[in-house]
Design a protein around this ligand. Structure first.
Ligand code: GDP
Length: 177
């Protein structure tokens, strides 16, 4: 077995889009509503991708908006980003564009892996962002895109076949890293 490798991932996006829920789903395999939403936390989990074990440190940021796009620390020692919006909020997708631009500015010409995630697909009746809108943006940026539900643990994006778990979001990012 090759030695374990470490990778740091930052969860970014507007508040209440489900960043913490996605991390908890991934780390504890549960959907839990009883956590403190204000605390910024780092979670650790080992995953096996194609025979290689990675120890992931997932930084669950407190959330960004147009006034605090994001502190510069997030650009240090981060190997990849998961940009999360909610399919029920156009504003949350608009914030993603600001975060993406900031990451691009900070990283300059250095390529950094990013995955775009539209969360809360179980709230289809409240959908405000079409799957095509998310996909179009991801294609423009040439990054992977998935729609998921942290609540039901389903992945509904058509390009990704045979995956039924939020774990796929993290697997996509590790592949890109
Ligand atoms: P964060 O601020 O981005 O970390 O968002 P949270 O993970 O704290 O979630 C915000 C709210 O949305 C909480 O009430 C969650 O229970 C809820 N939530 C998160 N993900 C989902 C989801 O996939 N479906 C539904 N229905 N609610 C969700």
């Amino acid at each position: 077995m090759p030695p374990t490798r470490q990778r740091r991932i930052a969860m970014m996006g507007y508040r209440s889009v489900g960043k913490t829920s996605l991390v908890l789903r991934f780390v504890t395999c549960k959907f839990d509503e009883g956590y403190d939403p204000t605390i910024e936390n780092t979670y650790t989990k080992s995953v096996n991708v194609a025979g290689q074990v990675y120890q992931l440190q997932v930084i669950d940021t407190a959330g960004q908006d147009e006034y605090s796009v994001t502190p510069n620390d997030y650009y240090m020692n981060v190997d990849g980003y998961i940009l999360v919006y909610s399919i029920t909020s156009q504003r949350s997708l608009d914030i993603i564009k600001l975060i993406y631009n900031k990451i691009s500015d900070m990283k300059g010409k250095i390529w950094v892996p990013i995955v775009l995630v539209g969360n809360k697909t179980d709230l289809e009746e409240d959908r405000a962002v079409t799957m095509e809108d998310g996909k179009k943006l991801a294609d423009e940026w040439s990054i992977p895109f998935l729609e998921v539900s942290a609540k039901t643990d389903e992945v509904t994006t058509k390009d990704i076949k045979g995956s039924r778990s939020v774990e796929e979001v993290f697997a996509q990012l590790i592949k890109a890293i």
